[in-house]
Design a protein around this ligand. Structure first.
Ligand code: NAP
Length: 487
C-alpha cells in the first residue's frame, strides 16, 4: 500500500495548502517527528498558489506524480474560487484518484464544552465522495433555467455501503445508518437505499437502519449519541458532517479521510479560514487527528494511539487550549498547543479512551464499467425539453399538431416536474422550460432512433429544444419517473 523509501520508511505526500493550512500541517508534522514513527514526506503544492501560476486545475503535474508514487497524502485546506472559472482543487484531487469514501469521525473531547458535553458522542459519517451533484455536470438549459445532474450509480453505492460496514467492523462499531432522500428521489437516492438493504444481510454482526436524511439531521441534533456510523450520498454527507463537527466543538476538531482503492488523502474538514491565516492562533487538532487516521491507514497503530492519547490528555488537562475553545483573547498560540501535545506524548487521559482499531478491509468491488446487466430493455418513449414563452395550453395544442402524423402521441407536458398539460387543475407558475413527454401510439412497440430524429425535427421546426431523454424500461421496470400529477 505505501511507498517505502531506501531508509525503510513509509513515504507520504504533504500538501500544506492555503490560509491556515501551513500552520496546521507544521503542527502535525512536528508531532509526527517527535513520535519517531517511520514516516518520511515530500512537500508538494496545490490550490491558490497554483491557480495563480495559471494552472487551471489547481493541481500541478509534480503533485500528481508524487501522489501516484506515495499513494498517501496529508493535506491542508485549499482555497476554492467561488462562482465561475476554476474548479475546486479539492474536488479535482478527490476525483483524480477516485477517493470514493469520505470518512468524518467526531467524538466528544474532554474539556471542550458544548451543549452535548457528557453524552458521549462518538460517530462517523461515511460520505460518498465522487458522485451525486458533485459530478459537476451542469447546464444552463435556457437563460432562465439551470440544471445540475445528480449522478448516483449502483457501483458507487455498493462501494460506499460496503466500505461503511467494513469501517464499522474495523472500529468495533455495531450499528450503521443509511441516510437518504429516497422518498423523493426514488431512483437516485433510492439507489443507495436499495443497495444498502441488499448488502446489509452480509454483515449480520452489524445492525442496519435506513433513515430519511432530514430526520437524520433532526435526530443528530436531538439525540446524536444514538448514531455510530452514518453512510450517505455526497451532498447529504457534506451537510450532515458539518453538522456533526459542530456537535463536538467545531471545525477545529473535525478530521477526515478520503479513501479509494489506490490512494488515500487525509485532511481536516475545515477550510483555509483566511481571517486567521498566519496569526498562529488556530486549532490544529483537526489536521493532527487526520494524520492519526493516516497513521492507522498505514498500519502505524502505535504511533496513532500515542498521538491521539496525547491530544486527549492535553485537552483533559485543560492547561493549554486554543482560541476557538476558550476565546481568542485567552487562547494559546497554535505553536504552544503543539508543544504541549509533544510534551504529553506517552501520557493517557483518564476520562476517555482511544478506541481499538483493526486494519480496515477495503471492499473489493469489480471494476468492470458495466456493473448491472439487465436481461431485457426497451425504449418506450422520449422526453423532449423545449424553450418557449408560450403558456401550457397553446404549447400543448401546437405540439399535438406537430406530431399528429407521427408514431408518437403527446402524453403530457410538465414544467419544473409538475404536469401542466393536459391541465390537471393545478395552479402553478411556469418558466420557459417545458418537458414534453411522448409515448409510442403502439404501446407494445419499441422506439427506434430514426423515429426520435424525426420527432425532434418536427419539434425543432417550431421550437428551440435543448435536450432529449429516452424513456427506458429495464427488465420491465420503468426507468423514469412520472411528473407530479401525471397519471
Ligand atoms: P473555513 O475555512 O472552514 O472557516 C469557517 C470558520 O470555521 C472559521 O471562520 C472559524 O470560525 C472556523 N474554523 C475553521 N477552521 C478552524 C480551525 N482550524 N481552528 C479554529 N477555527 C476554525 O470555511 P470557509 O470560510 O467557508 O472557507 C474558506 C476557504 O476554504 C474557501 O475557499 C473554501 O472553499 C475552502 N475550503 C476548503 C476545504 C478543503 O480544502 N477541504 C474545505 C472547506 C472549505 P469562527 O469564524 O467562528 O472563528
Amino acid at each position: 500500500m505505501a511507498y517505502i523509501t531506501e531508509s525503510g520508511k513509509k513515504l507520504i505526500t504533504v500538501i500544506p495548502g492555503d490560509g491556515i493550512g501551513p500552520e496546521c500541517i507544521e503542527s502535525a508534522l512536528r508531532i509526527l517527528e517527535a513520535t519517531g514513527a517511520p514516516i518520511e514526506w515530500e512537500i508538494r503544492y496545490a490550490g491558490a498558489s497554483v491557480f495563480k501560476q495559471g494552472i487551471e486545475s489547481g493541481v500541478p503535474q509534480d503533485t500528481i506524480e508524487s501522489i501516484r508514487k506515495t499513494r498517501v497524502v496529508l493535506k491542508g485546506p485549499l482555497e476554492t474560487p467561488v462562482g465561475y472559472g476554476e474548479k475546486s482543487a479539492n474536488v479535482t484531487l478527490r476525483k483524480l484518484f477516485e477517493t470514493y469514501a469520505n470518512v468524518r469521525p467526531v467524538r466528544e473531547f474532554p474539556n471542550v464544552p458544548t451543549p452535548y458535553s457528557g453524552r458521549g458522542i462518538d460517530l462517523v459519517v461515511v460520505r460518498e465522495n465522487v458522485e451525486d451533484l458533485y459530478a459537476g455536470i451542469e447546464y444552463m438549459q435556457t437563460p432562465d433555467v439551470a440544471q445540475s445532474l445528480k449522478i448516483i450509480t449502483r457501483k458507487g453505492s455498493e462501494k460506499i455501503v460496503r466500505f461503511a460496514f467494513e469501517l464499522a467492523r474495523a472500529e468495533g462499531r455495531k450499528k450503521v445508518h443509511c441516510a437518504t432522500k429516497a422518498n423523493i428521489m426514488k431512483f437516485a437516492e433510492g439507489m443507495l437505499k436499495r443497495t444498502f438493504e441488499e448488502i446489509a444481510p452480509e454483515y449480520p454482526d452489524i445492525e442496519a437502519n435506513h433513515i430519511i436524511v432530514d430526520n437524520c439531521a433532526h435526530q443528530l441534533v436531538k439525540r446524536p449519541e444514538q448514531f455510530e456510523v452514518i453512510v450517505t450520498t455526497n451532498m447529504n454527507g457534506d451537510i450532515l458532517s458539518d453538522l456533526t463537527s459542530a456537535l463536538v466543538g467545531g471545525l477545529g476538531f473535525a478530521p477526515s479521510a478520503n479513501i479509494g482503492n489506490e490512494v488515500a488523502i487525509f485532511e481536516a474538514v475545515h477550510g483555509s479560514a483566511p481571517k486567521y491565516a498566519g496569526k498562529n492562533v488556530i486549532n490544529p487538532t483537526a489536521v493532527i487527528l487526520s494524520m492519526v487516521m493516516m497513521l492507522r491507514y498505514l498500519g502505524e497503530f502505535e504511533a496513532a494511539a500515542l498521538i491521539e492519547n496525547a491530544v486527549l490528555y492535553t485537552l483533559e488537562e485543560g492547561k493549554v487550549r486554543t482560541g476557538d475553545v476558550v476565546g481568542y483573547d485567552k487562547g494559546a498560540k497554535t505553536t504552544e498547543y503543539t508543544d504541549a501535545i509533544i510534551a504529553n506524548l506517552g501520557k493517557k487521559p483518564s476520562t476517555v479512551q482511544v478506541r481499538d482499531y483493526r486494519p480496515i478491509q477495503l471492499p473489493q468491488v469489480p471494476t468492470d464499467p458495466v456493473f448491472v446487466r439487465p436481461q431485457t430493455r426497451r425504449v418506450v418513449g422520449v422526453d423532449v425539453f423545449v424553450e418557449t414563452d408560450l403558456l401550457p395550453e397553446p404549447l400543448g395544442h401546437t405540439i399535438e399538431q406537430l406530431v399528429a402524423e407521427s408514431p408518437f402521441r403527446l402524453k403530457m407536458i410538465s414544467n419544473r416536474g409538475t404536469q401542466v398539460y393536459p391541465p390537471t387543475g393545478a395552479i402553478t407558475d411556469v418558466v420557459d422550460h417545458y418537458r414534453c413527454r411522448f409515448l409510442l401510439r403502439d404501446t407494445a412497440g419499441e422506439v427506434n432512433d430514426a423515429q426520435i430524429f424525426d420527432l425532434v425535427q418536427r419539434i425543432a421546426s417550431r421550437f428551440r429544444w435543448m435536450h432529449i431523454e429516452k424513456l427506458q424500461e429495464f427488465d420491465g421496470a420503468m426507468g423514469f419517473t412520472k411528473a407530479q400529477g401525471e397519471d
